[in-house]
Design a protein around this ligand. Structure first.
Ligand code: PGA
Length: 247
């Protein structure tokens, strides 16, 4: 099974959100490929309406660590579940860096998703300076360890994405060799979960390089930002995933 998860972030899909969803709804299922699009929360119910019964699932981009309450602006896991989100991104580096999310908060968010029956897709990855200093493996291993500690064994549906921060939105993806090394590190930190937790690569994935990443042994799929904004590019990546599935 290969995963392709689109992440629109706070960018409007092209030519329009509704146009994207309507077109995506007509796409065929790719064998052994799970495709999901993570949309901004206001579009979740529209995604549910347009995509239900299609080959594409939908999800959120973040979730609150609280179950309910006076938390203006937040979206709870049960609200995502009401919109039939199949997964939610958690701890994207943009949230870690711009909103100061900590490993403990990210684990708490993932726990809420698990409890609501939604797969948490937790992002890990190092800064350029950490890679330059030779600390990439250490940083990412610590992020995975902190997550597993916080989850206290509640790992149903857990997924990870290795997203080197310097590769996000830059057009400079990690080299396949570096991705393989980092995915190997993540896999080994997962211990007994190594065989059951999908680990995706993210960072400047395009229709041109997706196949290369998905051919790497420890890479179970891709998390795609810019390349998910147009259906032609997103489904070309799904085609690449289909070619690699079963390999
Ligand atoms: P990108 O973003 O594909 O535009 O680099 C990936 C991500 O941030 O998830």
């Amino acid at each position: 099974m290969r995963w392709v998860v689109g992440n629109w972030k706070m960018v409007r899909a092209q030519p329009s959100v509704d146009g994207w969803l309507r077109e995506a709804a007509t796409e065929r299922a790719r064998s052994a490929v799970s495709a999901v699009v993570a949309v901004p929360s206001p579009y979740l119910f529209l995604a549910a309406e347009r995509l239900s019964g299609s080959a594409l699932a939908w999800g959120g981009q973040d979730v609150s660590w609280d179950e309910e309450g006076a938390h203006t602006g937040e979206v709870s896991a049960s609200m995502l579940a009401e919109a039939e989100a199949s997964l939610t991104i958690v701890g994207h580096s943009e949230r870690r860096l711009r909103f100061g999310e900590t490993d403990a908060q990210i684990a708490a968010k993932a726990l809420r998703a698990v409890a609501a029956g939604i797969r948490p897709l937790v992002c890990v990855g190092e800064l350029a300076v950490e890679r330059r200093d030779g600390r990439a493996e250490q940083v990412v291993a610590a992020q995975v360890d902190a997550l597993l500690t916080g989850l206290k064994g509640q790992t149903r549906g857990l997924m990870l994405a290795y997203e080197p921060i310097w590769a996000i939105g830059t057009g400079v993806a990690a080299s396949p060799a570096d991705a393989e090394t980092m995915h190997g590190v993540i896999r080994s930190r997962l211990g007994p979960l190594a065989g059951s937790v999908p680990v995706l690569y993210g960072g400047s994935v395009s229709a041109d390089n997706a196949g290369e990443f998905m051919a790497i042994h420890n890479v179970d799929g891709v998390l795609v930002g810019g390349g998910s904004l147009r259906t032609d590019s997103f489904f070309a990546i799904c085609d690449a995933a289909e070619r690699c599935a079963g390999v």
